[in-house]
Design a protein around this ligand. Structure first.
Ligand SMILES: [Zn+2]
Length: 247
């Protein structure tokens, strides 16, 4: 059996058997995986801190014959993020980010950009960056990376190119925007100003390193939030369990 070594982020852990832990982790090179850490609850030595939630780690693991499950041999903590676990809002948002990622990315789908996004977002959360802004950045990017980017290029009804002049209206069933001739703004079809559309387009298309430097105004965050809420609920077909702790 081949032993793999990957940079990974711990997404979730469950008690497993008498002394083991089942671990969901997102690797930089193999996507999201699941593994068993034998005896992790009995002996703290072998896995000292390296299975802490949301922490970037370096894991050594090997495939269990004929299954999707891996044996985690050992691990090394790269960064501890104590700031996430000591603040309820940060912890809630981190849990939500992990659940959204698990919903968008099936086990074994390689997604290096998603790994960068998780790693960067958890690091920013650890430093107590603006929670509302981080949520908007993460949701927009995660949806785009998962194949559900919002189409901001043209009106989804008449096909007219959107030239970033005047307001646009979000249409959740189309996953895109409509022009004001085709659609009125309402609670279920919220409006977006031209600067907001431009910024959202940048967030969706640029890597995390650049997206995180974008300056989002309060107005932009206020406009994007309801759009993302409708978009995620419609595309995923459910409300995520962890989202109730965010409001
Ligand atoms: Zn139109």
């Amino acid at each position: 059996m081949t032993i793999h070594i990957s940079h990974a982020i711990i997404m979730r852990t469950w008690e497993f058997g008498e002394t083991d832990l089942l671990v969901s982790f997102f690797t930089s090179d193999k996507g999201r995986l699941k593994g068993v850490a034998k005896g992790a609850r009995k002996s703290m030595k072998r896995f000292a801190n390296c299975l802490d939630l949301f922490s970037p780690v370096k894991l050594e693991y090997e495939l269990k014959r004929g299954r999707e499950l891996y044996f985690i041999h050992s691990g090394k903590l790269v960064h501890g993020f104590p700031g996430i676990r000591s603040d309820f809002s940060s912890l809630s948002l981190a849990s939500y980010m992990a659940e959204l990622t698990e919903t968008l990315f099936p086990v074994g789908v390689v997604a290096k950009r998603m790994f960068e996004l998780l790693n960067g977002s958890f690091a920013a959360l650890n430093e107590n960056k603006n929670i509302d802004e981080l949520r908007v950045l993460f949701e927009s990017k995660a949806m785009a990376l998962g194949g559900y980017g919002i189409d901001l290029s043209r009106c989804c009804n008449c096909g007219r190119l959107y030239k970033e002049e005047g307001r646009a209206v979000f249409k959740r069933k189309k996953g895109g925007i409509a022009c004001l001739k085709c659609e009125k703004e309402s609670r279920n079809s919220p409006g977006l100003g031209p600067a907001t559309v431009k910024t959202l387009r940048m967030i969706q298309s640029t890597p995390w390193a650049k997206a995180q430097t974008l300056d989002l105004t309060k107005e932009m965050i206020y406009e994007i939030k309801p759009v993302l809420k409708l978009h995620i609920e419609y595309r995923i077909g459910q409300r995520l369990k962890t989202s109730e702790y965010l409001e």
